[in-house]
Design a protein around this ligand. Sequence first.
Ligand code: PXP
Length: 239
Amino acid sequence: MALLNVNIDHVATIRQARKADEPDPVWAAVECELAGANGITVHLRQDRRHINDRDVRLLKETVACKFNLEMSLAEPIVRIAEQVVPDQVTLVPENRAELTTEGGLDCIRCQKQIQKIVRRMHKKGILVSAFILPEENQITAAAEAGCDAVELHTGPYANAKTDEAIEKALNQLRDGRDIAFAAGLVVHAGHGLTYRNIRPIARIEGLCELNIGHSIIARAVLVGLRQAAEEMIRLLQNK
Ligand code: PXP
Protein backbone atom coordinates (compact mmCIF):
# COMPACT_ATOMS: atom_id res chain seq x y z
CA MET A 1 0.00 0.00 0.00
CA ALA A 2 1.23 3.48 -0.83
CA LEU A 3 1.82 5.62 2.25
CA LEU A 4 0.51 9.15 2.53
CA ASN A 5 2.68 12.19 3.11
CA VAL A 6 0.48 15.24 3.59
CA ASN A 7 1.82 18.45 2.08
CA ILE A 8 0.72 21.16 4.52
CA ASP A 9 2.02 24.23 2.59
CA HIS A 10 -1.52 25.53 2.14
CA VAL A 11 -2.07 25.77 5.89
CA ALA A 12 0.73 28.33 5.85
CA THR A 13 -0.79 29.91 2.72
CA ILE A 14 -3.92 30.73 4.76
CA ARG A 15 -1.79 32.13 7.59
CA GLN A 16 0.17 34.31 5.16
CA ALA A 17 -3.04 35.68 3.61
CA ARG A 18 -3.26 37.81 6.76
CA LYS A 19 0.41 37.65 7.75
CA ALA A 20 -0.96 36.35 11.04
CA ASP A 21 0.11 33.55 13.37
CA GLU A 22 -2.76 31.16 12.58
CA PRO A 23 -3.41 28.53 11.36
CA ASP A 24 -0.12 27.04 12.47
CA PRO A 25 1.37 24.34 10.20
CA VAL A 26 2.87 22.75 13.30
CA TRP A 27 -0.65 22.08 14.66
CA ALA A 28 -1.69 20.84 11.21
CA ALA A 29 1.17 18.34 11.18
CA VAL A 30 -0.04 16.92 14.51
CA GLU A 31 -3.55 16.41 13.06
CA CYS A 32 -2.12 14.60 10.01
CA GLU A 33 0.01 12.43 12.20
CA LEU A 34 -2.96 11.55 14.44
CA ALA A 35 -4.87 10.57 11.28
CA GLY A 36 -2.13 8.04 10.49
CA ALA A 37 -0.11 9.89 7.86
CA ASN A 38 3.28 8.41 7.05
CA GLY A 39 4.90 11.79 6.62
CA ILE A 40 4.65 15.55 6.56
CA THR A 41 5.88 17.45 3.51
CA VAL A 42 6.59 21.17 3.25
CA HIS A 43 8.22 23.25 0.54
CA LEU A 44 10.49 26.00 1.83
CA ARG A 45 10.39 28.30 -1.18
CA GLN A 46 12.96 30.99 -1.76
CA ASP A 47 10.26 33.67 -1.62
CA ARG A 48 8.86 32.16 1.66
CA ARG A 49 5.35 32.64 0.29
CA HIS A 50 3.92 30.06 2.71
CA ILE A 51 6.26 27.90 4.80
CA ASN A 52 9.00 29.85 6.57
CA ASP A 53 12.23 29.05 8.38
CA ARG A 54 10.52 28.96 11.78
CA ASP A 55 8.02 26.35 10.53
CA VAL A 56 10.79 24.12 9.23
CA ARG A 57 12.72 24.38 12.50
CA LEU A 58 9.67 23.60 14.65
CA LEU A 59 8.45 20.80 12.38
CA LYS A 60 11.84 19.15 12.64
CA GLU A 61 11.42 19.21 16.43
CA THR A 62 7.79 18.07 16.53
CA VAL A 63 7.10 15.74 13.61
CA ALA A 64 7.47 12.16 14.81
CA CYS A 65 6.68 10.54 11.45
CA LYS A 66 8.73 11.24 8.32
CA PHE A 67 9.64 14.88 7.71
CA ASN A 68 10.12 15.52 3.99
CA LEU A 69 11.45 18.93 2.96
CA GLU A 70 10.81 19.95 -0.63
CA MET A 71 13.44 22.34 -1.89
CA SER A 72 15.05 23.84 -4.95
CA LEU A 73 18.76 23.53 -5.66
CA ALA A 74 19.38 27.10 -4.40
CA GLU A 75 22.42 27.25 -2.10
CA PRO A 76 20.78 29.16 0.82
CA ILE A 77 18.00 26.57 0.99
CA VAL A 78 20.43 23.66 0.73
CA ARG A 79 22.30 25.14 3.70
CA ILE A 80 19.09 25.30 5.73
CA ALA A 81 18.47 21.61 4.97
CA GLU A 82 21.97 20.82 6.23
CA GLN A 83 21.24 22.69 9.46
CA VAL A 84 17.71 21.36 10.04
CA VAL A 85 18.38 17.75 8.94
CA PRO A 86 14.92 16.56 7.80
CA ASP A 87 14.50 12.82 7.22
CA GLN A 88 14.29 13.40 3.49
CA VAL A 89 14.62 16.19 0.97
CA THR A 90 12.77 16.20 -2.33
CA LEU A 91 14.54 18.28 -4.96
CA VAL A 92 12.13 20.28 -7.11
CA PRO A 93 12.40 22.94 -9.80
CA GLU A 94 11.32 26.37 -8.58
CA ASN A 95 10.12 29.33 -10.54
CA ARG A 96 9.11 32.47 -8.67
CA ALA A 97 6.13 33.21 -10.93
CA GLU A 98 4.49 29.77 -10.62
CA LEU A 99 1.40 29.03 -8.49
CA THR A 100 2.72 25.57 -7.66
CA THR A 101 5.63 23.41 -8.82
CA GLU A 102 5.51 23.11 -12.60
CA GLY A 103 7.22 20.37 -14.55
CA GLY A 104 9.85 18.08 -13.16
CA LEU A 105 13.43 18.77 -12.16
CA ASP A 106 15.80 18.51 -15.13
CA CYS A 107 18.21 15.92 -13.73
CA ILE A 108 20.16 15.80 -16.98
CA ARG A 109 20.94 19.52 -17.11
CA CYS A 110 21.46 19.80 -13.32
CA GLN A 111 23.14 16.44 -12.77
CA LYS A 112 26.46 17.76 -11.42
CA GLN A 113 24.71 20.17 -9.05
CA ILE A 114 22.36 17.43 -7.85
CA GLN A 115 25.28 15.07 -7.32
CA LYS A 116 26.98 17.62 -5.05
CA ILE A 117 23.78 18.22 -3.08
CA VAL A 118 23.21 14.47 -2.70
CA ARG A 119 26.70 14.07 -1.24
CA ARG A 120 26.08 16.90 1.24
CA MET A 121 22.71 15.48 2.28
CA HIS A 122 24.07 11.95 2.64
CA LYS A 123 26.81 13.27 4.93
CA LYS A 124 23.99 14.36 7.24
CA GLY A 125 22.07 11.09 6.85
CA ILE A 126 19.29 12.76 4.80
CA LEU A 127 17.58 10.72 2.05
CA VAL A 128 17.29 12.45 -1.32
CA SER A 129 14.37 12.18 -3.71
CA ALA A 130 14.06 14.05 -7.02
CA PHE A 131 10.72 15.19 -8.43
CA ILE A 132 10.79 14.30 -12.12
CA LEU A 133 8.62 13.45 -15.09
CA PRO A 134 8.40 9.68 -15.63
CA GLU A 135 10.96 9.72 -18.46
CA GLU A 136 13.74 7.17 -18.81
CA ASN A 137 16.58 9.66 -19.28
CA GLN A 138 15.50 11.71 -16.25
CA ILE A 139 15.19 8.62 -14.04
CA THR A 140 18.60 7.36 -15.13
CA ALA A 141 20.16 10.78 -14.53
CA ALA A 142 18.65 10.93 -11.02
CA ALA A 143 20.04 7.48 -10.22
CA GLU A 144 23.48 8.41 -11.59
CA ALA A 145 23.46 11.56 -9.44
CA GLY A 146 23.11 9.31 -6.39
CA CYS A 147 19.47 9.99 -5.48
CA ASP A 148 17.82 7.43 -3.21
CA ALA A 149 14.35 7.92 -4.67
CA VAL A 150 12.40 9.65 -7.39
CA GLU A 151 8.99 11.25 -7.03
CA LEU A 152 7.21 10.66 -10.33
CA HIS A 153 5.18 13.70 -11.42
CA THR A 154 1.50 12.75 -11.55
CA GLY A 155 0.49 16.15 -12.98
CA PRO A 156 0.15 14.83 -16.56
CA TYR A 157 -2.14 12.06 -15.23
CA ALA A 158 -4.18 14.53 -13.15
CA ASN A 159 -4.57 16.87 -16.12
CA ALA A 160 -5.44 14.18 -18.67
CA LYS A 161 -8.96 14.71 -20.01
CA THR A 162 -9.81 11.61 -22.06
CA ASP A 163 -9.76 7.92 -21.07
CA GLU A 164 -7.03 7.40 -23.65
CA ALA A 165 -4.87 10.21 -22.25
CA ILE A 166 -5.42 8.94 -18.70
CA GLU A 167 -4.37 5.41 -19.65
CA LYS A 168 -1.31 6.75 -21.48
CA ALA A 169 -0.26 8.75 -18.41
CA LEU A 170 -0.78 5.72 -16.14
CA ASN A 171 1.33 3.58 -18.47
CA GLN A 172 4.09 6.19 -18.37
CA LEU A 173 4.00 6.05 -14.56
CA ARG A 174 4.12 2.24 -14.56
CA ASP A 175 7.01 2.24 -17.03
CA GLY A 176 8.77 4.92 -14.97
CA ARG A 177 8.37 2.80 -11.87
CA ASP A 178 9.94 -0.21 -13.62
CA ILE A 179 12.88 1.84 -14.90
CA ALA A 180 13.41 3.36 -11.46
CA PHE A 181 13.30 -0.05 -9.76
CA ALA A 182 15.85 -1.38 -12.25
CA ALA A 183 18.09 1.58 -11.37
CA GLY A 184 17.78 0.75 -7.66
CA LEU A 185 15.58 3.71 -6.76
CA VAL A 186 12.67 3.92 -4.33
CA VAL A 187 9.59 5.31 -6.09
CA HIS A 188 7.30 8.06 -4.80
CA ALA A 189 4.63 9.98 -6.72
CA GLY A 190 2.66 13.16 -6.38
CA HIS A 191 1.10 16.36 -7.69
CA GLY A 192 -2.50 17.02 -8.60
CA LEU A 193 -3.82 13.92 -6.80
CA THR A 194 -7.34 14.19 -5.43
CA TYR A 195 -10.00 12.08 -3.72
CA ARG A 196 -11.52 11.56 -7.17
CA ASN A 197 -8.46 10.57 -9.17
CA ILE A 198 -6.41 8.68 -6.56
CA ARG A 199 -7.69 5.13 -7.10
CA PRO A 200 -5.77 4.18 -10.31
CA ILE A 201 -2.60 5.63 -8.75
CA ALA A 202 -3.16 3.73 -5.49
CA ARG A 203 -3.44 0.55 -7.56
CA ILE A 204 0.03 0.95 -9.10
CA GLU A 205 2.17 -1.54 -7.20
CA GLY A 206 5.44 -0.29 -5.80
CA LEU A 207 4.69 3.42 -5.36
CA CYS A 208 5.77 3.67 -1.77
CA GLU A 209 4.93 7.30 -0.86
CA LEU A 210 2.35 9.69 -2.28
CA ASN A 211 2.71 13.43 -1.58
CA ILE A 212 -0.70 15.07 -1.58
CA GLY A 213 -1.47 18.64 -0.57
CA HIS A 214 -4.11 20.83 -2.19
CA SER A 215 -6.98 18.36 -2.26
CA ILE A 216 -6.55 17.32 1.38
CA ILE A 217 -6.25 20.89 2.69
CA ALA A 218 -9.25 21.94 0.57
CA ARG A 219 -11.35 19.18 2.11
CA ALA A 220 -9.99 19.98 5.57
CA VAL A 221 -11.54 23.45 5.38
CA LEU A 222 -14.94 21.72 5.40
CA VAL A 223 -14.45 18.55 7.45
CA GLY A 224 -11.31 19.14 9.49
CA LEU A 225 -7.78 18.06 8.70
CA ARG A 226 -7.78 14.83 10.68
CA GLN A 227 -10.87 13.56 8.90
CA ALA A 228 -9.62 14.74 5.50
CA ALA A 229 -6.31 12.89 5.95
CA GLU A 230 -8.10 9.78 7.28
CA GLU A 231 -10.40 9.73 4.23
CA MET A 232 -7.43 9.82 1.87
CA ILE A 233 -5.63 7.08 3.80
CA ARG A 234 -8.80 4.96 3.57
CA LEU A 235 -8.81 5.38 -0.22
CA LEU A 236 -5.19 4.22 -0.35
CA GLN A 237 -6.07 1.18 1.78
CA ASN A 238 -9.29 0.20 -0.04
CA LYS A 239 -7.97 0.43 -3.55
N1 PXP B 1 4.91 16.80 -4.90
C1 PXP B 1 5.62 17.89 -5.20
C2 PXP B 1 7.04 17.73 -5.57
C3 PXP B 1 5.05 19.17 -5.13
O1 PXP B 1 5.78 20.26 -5.45
C4 PXP B 1 3.70 19.30 -4.72
C5 PXP B 1 3.08 20.66 -4.61
O2 PXP B 1 3.69 21.37 -3.60
C6 PXP B 1 3.01 18.13 -4.40
C7 PXP B 1 3.61 16.88 -4.53
C8 PXP B 1 1.59 18.18 -3.94
O3 PXP B 1 0.79 18.59 -5.01
P1 PXP B 1 -0.76 18.92 -4.75
O4 PXP B 1 -0.80 20.11 -3.85
O5 PXP B 1 -1.27 19.17 -6.12
O6 PXP B 1 -1.34 17.70 -4.09
